[in-house]
Design a protein around this ligand. Structure first.
Ligand code: ADP
Ligand code: MG
Length: 661
């Protein structure tokens, strides 16, 4: 069994490791001796196959063995050590720009060395620049019975040094052992090796190891390590959640049957999936521990109604509810919709936004504080200083992926009242594959709305080169002539916001010229909110037929009569974002389409991504594809989800190791 004190020894406990080296190792995440074992090789090389020097070709990586003929320091623009070796089949030059006197002395004429490196053509024939090499004293030592690991490098820590340190750590593994947290029944069931076997294998694989498997990270030894890491992460998230579970919350009982009345007043019945999600929420809210539930559902699946019903439940139990939206536009839209739903029930919905006139804002803050405002809608302005709730019992966060975990927590903190925490309902349209959601949101319960309201026609998507702009303008014309409306989304210009707004303005002007009989509107983030609001309202009311916009319309805006969406420079956008944008059309019963314009030439990945979005309307499928094409970091945004960076595991590659269900 492992000795705990020994387990936690700092790297400096190893022979030859001083403070300077320890600092460089820290850059690799290595602080304790054990950490060295978890610096995994990025690839392996078979250095046992020694090639005759005479058979070397330029560009290849090779192992050669030979006798030093000559080693001299020369000046050719730079001071360098040239060493010539021979093995009877030919000569090879080794060139070193950095070398010590000791190293030079070690390469005396007659010394036998084995070296490994890339062969290239130099002024004196074939050569290796800074090869790895070692001296051969007797043949037994020269035999390396394993593949040679190649580690990720950090400045100041050479491959040789790192290998030596890992060897020392492995030797300790034999004497001191390592604590294997996984019960052997589990590893046996998964046909995975023990931790010790796994570590030894990944650092010193036998010569006949399957290199392909190793380099793809799919060897059982690697999977053993990944499994442990995923499990640890999972358990840490669980613990976080458990600690939240000991907090107290008010159990909400809807005495006024407000939620029921709200649902009954809707012009449509809830879908089965909406009902299931709402049942989950209702159950959670009746408990005396804070709900922490994520409702995940594709764009247009009707999350707002579920959130509103939850708010009704909180209000019906005599408390306040708050809804936080990522943009002002969306907050305003929510406030309008909710107001329309709740006014007939005698409930005021108050908007708190950063851009409100001071007086409006002051009176909003006042009614929030007195509790007269029972439902409060806003942006992140909701958790800024100056805003106090009377008794907030439910916090709803819309489009969670736009907020940081911190912002969510701060709002929850703000709602603390008499030592009780508000319940949290988090909504997201980011369709994360379920396995990933389990990991990314392991501190939350998840309800999935996997059903769209009936009567929707799937959006038809076409991918066109930007040169076909005229064709697209003709399509807009046709759609608007038949009484429908259209969106034109301007390109994402990363470099500067200014450029982005300028592009949007120019596009709007050009489209106005091309389609003089249409009313063209423009919204972008830099506009005064009032003007933006007025334009959106006019679009919603059908007074504007073509809306040119930057990606501000990405989330939530609901105009069922809009049936055509054009997205410029689609190749630059993330798939999740394109899918969100596309979700703005196809909200009514009309046939809708989405035109993705791209600027040629299109790279292979960009092409594959546009294909993926063209072929599917299923957000989950698209997310899976996005994941395969780009990796989870980009899809989720590590910062936004609080998703831990993994060391060994790869959420996509190792997804089958994640707990399911
Ligand atoms: P999202 O999940 O993207 O936030 P919304 O809540 O904005 O979707 O809903 C999209 C549209 O679907 C809205 O116009 C909403 O009124 C409508 N809707 C929601 N639920 C239903 C339902 N059960 N039947 C019909 N339409 C619905
Ligand atoms: Mg929404």
């Amino acid at each position: 069994m492992a000795d705990p004190a020994r387990e936690r020894r700092p790297v400096t406990a190893l022979r030859g490791v001083g403070d300077a080296l320890a600092a460089r190792l820290a850059a690799l995440g290595v602080e304790q001796v054990q950490d060295l074992l978890f610096v995994l090789p990025t690839r392996y090389e078979d250095r046992t196959r020694v090639q005759p020097v005479g058979s070397l070709v330029s560009g290849a990586r090779a192992v050669v063995e030979g006798e030093v003929q000559l080693a001299e320091v020369v000046f050719r623009r730079r001071r360098q050590l040239l060493c010539k070796i021979a093995d009877g089949s030919g000569f090879l030059t080794l060139r070193f720009f950095y070398f010590s006197a000791q190293q030079q002395a070690g390469l005396a004429r007659g010394t036998r060395i084995r070296c490994f490196g890339e062969v290239r053509r130099g002024p004196l024939g074939l050569e290796m620049v800074h090869p790895e090499y070692r001296r051969i004293f007797d043949d037994a030592a020269a035999l390396e019975p394993t593949l040679t690991p190649v580690y990720p490098v950090t400045e100041g820590v050479s491959q040789g040094r790192l290998r030596m340190l890992v060897r020392l750590a492995l030797a300790e593994l034999d004497t001191a052992g390592v604590r294997d947290w996984l019960p052997s029944e589990i590893t046996a069931q998964l046909a995975l090796p023990s931790l010790r076997e796994a570590l030894r294998y990944v650092h010193q694989p036998p010569l006949d190891a399957a290199l392909d498997e190793l380099e793809d990270g799919k060897h059982p030894a690697q999977r053993r390590l990944a499994f442990e890491e995923l499990l640890t992460h999972q358990m840490a998230m669980r613990r976080l959640r458990e600690s939240a579970r000991v907090d107290a919350a008010a159990a909400l009982v809807d005495h006024e049957a407000l939620a029921e009345r709200f649902i009954a007043a809707l012009p449509y019945p809830l879908t089965g999936a909406q009902r299931r999600a709402l049942a989950d929420v209702t159950r959670d809210l009746a408990r005396e521990t804070p709900m922490m539930r994520l409702v995940q559902g594709d764009v247009g699946c009707g999350k707002t109604v579920v959130a509103a019903a939850a708010a009704a439940l909180a209000i019906g139990s005599g408390r306040q509810a708050a809804l936080m939206a990522p943009t002002e536009l969306l907050a305003e839209q929510h406030q309008r919709n909710l107001q329309a739903w709740f006014r007939p029930l005698g409930i005021t919905v108050v908007l708190v936004s950063g851009s409100q006139p001071a007086r409006t804002r002051r009176s909003a803050l006042e009614v929030v504080a007195t509790g007269e405002a029972r439902l409060v809608v806003g942006t992140h302005a909701l958790f800024q200083e100056g805003l106090t709730f009377k008794d907030l019992a439910l916090v709803i966060v819309d489009e969670q992926h736009r907020f940081g975990v911190q912002q969510r927590l701060r709002l929850a903190e703000k709602g603390q009242h008499d030592g009780r925490h508000p319940h949290q309902l988090i909504m997201t349209a980011t369709p994360i594959p379920r396995t990933l959601a389990m990991t990314a949101y392991a501190d939350l319960d998840v309800s999935v709305i996997d059903e769209l309201p009936p009567g929707r026609t799937p959006v038809k998507t076409v991918v066109l080169a930007e040169t076909k702009r005229d064709e697209v303008v003709a399509r807009i014309d046709a759609a608007c002539r038949s009484g429908r409306q259209a969106y034109w989304v301007c390109p994402l210009i990363e470099e500067s916001e200014e450029l982005r707004y300028q592009a949007a303005e120019e596009t709007a002007a050009a489209l106005t010229d091309a389609l003089p009989h249409l009313k063209v509107g423009l919204v972008h983030g830099r506009m005064p909110p009032k003007q933006k609001d007025a334009t959106m309202l006019a679009f919603k009311a059908g007074q504007i037929q073509l809306l040119v916009a930057t990606t501000v319309i990405e989330v939530g805006v609901d105009v069922p009569n809009a049936t055509l969406m054009v997205i410029e420079n689609a190749e630059r956008m993330g798939l999740a974002q394109l899918h969100q944008l596309r979700g703005r059309v196809g909200r009514g019963s009309y046939e809708s389409s989405c035109v993705l314009l791209y600027r040629a030439p299109l790279g292979a990945i960009a092409r594959a991504r546009l294909e993926a979005i063209r072929e599917s309307n299923d957000g989950f499928l698209i997310a899976q594809r996005d994941l395969e094409l780009r990796g989870p970091g980009e899809l989720l945004g590590t910062r936004q989800t609080g998703l831990a960076r993994m060391r060994v595991a790869d959420l996509v590659r190792d997804h089958d190791l994640l707990p399911s269900g």
